[in-house]
Design a protein around this ligand. Structure first.
Ligand code: UD1
Ligand code: CA
Length: 451
């Protein structure tokens, strides 16, 4: 049966004390919203709607960045969760199947949990995800008999006896899409908050003769982010889960606690990641690659058998083909390094293409920026760039060419040519000794003057 997602993300998140809408704060280098979208994506949703409000434009942009097919709808006033769901009604009109409601600020719901909820839909018209809370605080309480759910009562409206219940509402809910919209339209706001509560659809469904059920999950899955402290806790929780997953997938993490992964990090089997490596967004590492200690990677691709670091930085657009070696204090940005290229030390390659098996000497710099525009450097196959070569772009170095150490290359170099772009060396016999003697006597005279 098909399913559509409604992700609530209109709230401001006052307790974050931030100009940024809450769902755009990041965990694992990705907005919280992306985590909710990712969990939902595993269900192959028919339609995905994100309900926006505070910072609507920025939130909508982030939603489309995750998947251009995601739709957004504006809830211009935050009148409650049922009112928020109702905003998605026009976009779900005529869409058959279930609707699943998720929160944009709840990043850890597992796809398996959502699948269990959809499975339970065979038994109940409305299925709510619940959990036993260690500290139930102000969560809505689930009034249930086993799997059968009677109603949900918000903390503010609950009696003392109801507040004593520890079975809580996660907020995640599934129902037939058409029925859900019908029920949300019936929800009133005669309650302690004056809000339209989504949880009220449970009692309304039962009043219409339908059944409601509760599926349980681990409390850790329902963790929401409301404060910076919770954001830090969420980051820690994400990291430990992502590290464990990487190791299960056959990746060696030498010092797991020191490695930071992103939501979309992909690392192939038998790759080895050294201590203190940070993965920003958009990194894929193939199998049997090695990233040594203290590297920072984002928006890059490292192919099988390549080695990176220690102390290397791969920036967006860095593409390393098989068996490339990038060594210490090397920065690569928007550059393709073909198979077997070696860039051992102290180098910057930006806006460049380096042909296979070329060797880049220590201290090479592509001078790609003239203060206004960026320019490309193209280096052929099996070339040899001498140490401390400045490649003033735009410039092309032919296959098999060689540049002399310390050269400033401003013109193209033909294939197999040697290019030397530096002042010619002059040797002055005996001059060093004379120079030192002179300097020593100056120093001695100065010391006398100070006595
Ligand atoms: C809600 C539930 C509560 C549950 C708790 C779990 C209701 C009335 N209560 O309470 O039973 O235990 O979540 O965390 O649903 N939102 C909108 N538009 C609105 C209101 C909210 O988009 O008009 C979004 C918020 O941005 C947030 C989510 O819905 O992502 C939940 O809203 P929030 O106000 O945090 O609900 P709680 O009071 O936590
Ligand atoms: Ca909340």
């Amino acid at each position: 049966m098909s399913v559509s997602l409604v992700i609530l993300a209109a709230g401001q998140g006052t307790r974050m004390n931030s100009d940024l809408p809450k769902v755009l704060h990041k965990v694992g280098a990705a907005p919280l919203l992306h985590h909710a979208l990712q969990a939902g994506r595993a269900l192959a949703p028919e339609v995905t709607v994100v309900v926006t409000g505070h910072g609507a434009e920025a939130v909508a942009k982030a939603a489309r960045e995750f998947d251009p097919d995601v739709q957004t709808v504006l809830q211009s006033e935050q009148k409650g969760t049922a009112h928020a769901v109702l905003q998605a009604a026009p976009l779900l009109e005529g869409v058959a199947g279930d609707a699943l409601v998720l929160y944009g600020d709840t990043p850890f719901i597992r796809a398996e949990t959502l699948e269990a909820m959809l499975e339970a839909r065979k038994r109940h018209a409305v299925v709510v995800l619940g959990f036993h809370a260690a500290d139930p605080g102000r969560y809505g309480r689930l009034i249930a008999q086993g799997e059968v759910l009677e109603r949900i009562v918000e903390w503010k409206d609950a009696t003392e006896a109801e507040r004593a219940v520890t079975l809580c509402n996660s907020g995640v809910l599934a129902a037939d899409a058409t029925m859900l919209m019908h029920l949300c339209a019936k929800v009133g706001n005669d309650n302690a908050s004056g809000e339209y509560y989504l949880p009220d659809v449970v009692a309304l469904a039962r009043a219409e003769g339908h059944s409601a059920g509760v599926i349980l999950c681990d409390e850790a899955e329902t963790m929401g982010v409301n404060t910076r402290a919770q954001l830090a806790q969420a980051e820690a929780a994400f990291q430990s889960r992502a590290r464990a997953e990487a190791m299960e997938n056959g990746v060696t993490l030498v010092a797991p606690d020191s490695i930071h992964l992103a939501l979309d990090t992909v690392i192939g089997r038998d790759s080895v990641i050294g201590p203190n490596v940070v993965f920003g967004p958009g990194v894929t590492i193939e199998s049997e690659a090695e990233v040594r200690a203290f590297c920072h990677l984002e928006g890059c691709h490292v192919s099988r058998g390549a080695t990176v670091g220690p102390f290397a930085r791969l920036r967006p657009g860095a593409e390393l083909a098989e068996d490339v070696h990038v060594g210490n204090f090397v920065e690569i940005k928007n550059a393709i390094l073909d198979e077997g290229v070696k860039v051992g030390h102290l180098t910057y390659l930006g806006d460049a293409h380096v042909g296979e098996h070329t060797n880049i000497g220590a201290g090479t710099v592509t001078c790609n920026y003239d203060g206004v525009m960026k320019h490309r450097t193209v280096i052929g196959k099996r070339a040899f760039i001498g140490s401390d070569t400045m490649l003033v772009a735009p410039v092309t170095i032919g296959d098999g060419a060689l540049t002399g150490s310390g050269s400033v290359i401003t013109e193209d170099v033909p294939a197999e040519a040697v290019a030397i772009g530096r002042a010619k060396q002059v040797n002055k016999p005996g001059l060093a000794t004379k120079l030192f003697e002179k300097l020593k006597s100056i120093k001695a005279n100065k010391a006398k003057g100070q006595e």
